[in-house]
Design a protein around this ligand. Sequence first.
Ligand code: FES
Length: 249
Amino acid sequence: MTAEAGTENAGKKRDTPGDTDEEHGTYNIYLMGKRYKVPIGQTIMAAIEYAGYQFIRGCGCRAGFCGACSTVYRKEKEQKLQFALACQTRVEDEMYLVQIPFVPAYKARYDLGKMGAEDNTILTIYPEIARCVSCNTCTKSCPQDIKVMQYIQCALRGDIEKAAELSFDCIQCGLCAMRCPADIKHYHVGQLARRLRGKYIDKRSENLKMRNAEIDEGIYDNEMDDIMNSEDDVVRRMYNERTIESEEG
Ligand code: FES
């Protein structure tokens, strides 16, 4: 989120905090400590834009997939900090909002092709997982409801397959890592588990091998050129009308 654009809606205030305006369809939210009146029913992202701010960072897909719109908030009179994706969570009255466009977490460098998938592979790359105190803060912070603490425990036990499975829906927003007392970078650990599983554990797909060979031979070059030269709506229609093998029966 960046500079306030100063729309006519920006800065509208009510006299009393907690004075909801449901009959007029608005809630109070707080951005950088400043109160704004925004329409009920909007996502946090839409409400922030309604208040006059532009998203230049901290926003990507707007559909809950990219993890760019991490948000921390607290409700008036509540102590608990809560976590959400701004594009997926509806605004509530008296929300104090903070956008987290990037989590500066350490990410290990490794050569996936040279490491194998042994019981201690993840522990060697991310030894801090041994410091997990099972406080479950990571799981409570996850806007995807992923069992984060469990997949860290699986990684610690060397169960790479299960760690990959439990972390499969991770969108790398980084909120899990922000309050971890052991400084674990859970989302990087989960990503490593999935990479190891894909590289060393899961069976190779024969179809994929075949398709890669066809691509190398240039069989789809003309089709790709046609797609690249088509209008957006044509590409969209082609995508929506595509044949999905598993649905062919
Ligand atoms: S903008 Fe991509 S998850 Fe919200």
